[in-house]
Design a protein around this ligand. Structure first.
Ligand SMILES: Nc1ncnc2c1ncn2[C@@H]1O[C@H](COP(=O)(O)OP(=O)(O)O)[C@@H](O)[C@H]1O
Ligand SMILES: [Mg+2]
Length: 215
């Protein structure tokens, strides 16, 4: 597999410069966490990496064919069971050993056939994560995937991701330094939105998006 290269990516929405000349290289199989305050462009970055949003300038090179995305929202079909949600994306059925293994690792082995509508918020979150893992992506994008899970389940869920990701590349947005530390790998700190909003027009640019910890 090739490196995934983000090359001088810029994106603005109206007057708001969200990303400016961001460059980042992810090695195959690496884990990278992205942190930064709300509104600083983390989701926009993942959307650009996934190819769902076009940058104004710059490019993404080496994007693999299979991209798994745990969106910030669950984006599950509420009337379907967990298994049916996963079948929609992966073709796997409830009898699939990988699906069963992932659900077991998430503590959801008895809920595979439960309609998502009847699940708690934390269970839905884990189904969304299971769906992305079952897809067996080459690149896994996690947008605050562990948010809202209580401490013990969060740890169990991170263990599941680390176990079942195989050797795929992981790019994980989180607000929790402890999560980034637990996942390991590199840590990217995105610019402070407060600086940008308070500063006079354009005066605080660029906001360097430095890697603060090498993998
Ligand atoms: N489709 C869009 N149209 C207009 N503004 C947007 C759009 N998507 C995001 N934004 C704005 O861009 C900024 C960054 O958003 P986002 O990437 O979601 O930030 P984060 O995930 O870091 O909280 C925010 O100010 C947000 O309101
Ligand atoms: Mg976001």
């Amino acid at each position: 597999m090739k490196n995934l290269v983000m090359e001088r990516i810029s994106k603005r929405y109206g007057e708001k410069q969200v990303l400016q000349e961001l460059s980042l290289t992810l090695r195959p199989g690496s884990v990278t966490s992205v942190m930064g305050p709300s509104g600083c462009g983390k989701t926009t970055l993942l959307n650009i990496v996934a190819g769902l949003v076009k940058p104004d300038s710059g490019r993404v090179l080496g994007r693999p064919g299979r991209v798994g995305f745990v969106f910030q929202e669950d984006r599950l079909c509420m009337d379907f069971s967990a298994a049916a949600n996963i079948r929609l994306v992966t073709g796997k059925t409830g009898k699939d050993p990988m699906m069963y293994g992932i659900f077991s690792a998430l503590g959801l082995q008895d809920s595979i056939m439960m309609p998502v509508r009847e699940m708690s918020g934390g269970m839905k979150r884990r189904v969304a994560i299971a769906r992305a893992l079952c897809y067996q992506p080459e690149l896994l994008l996690l947008d605050e995937a562990f948010k809202g899970l209580d401490a013990q389940i969060r740890q169990q869920t991170m263990d599941c991701v680390l176990k079942w990701r195989g050797d795929c590349t992981v790019l994980c947005v989180t607000h929790e330094r402890a999560e980034a530390d637990y996942l390991g790998g590199a840590l990217l700190q995105l610019g402070r939105t407060a600086d940008r909003e308070e500063g006079e027009q354009g005066s605080r640019f660029p906001f360097p998006s430095g890697i603060t910890r090498e993998a």
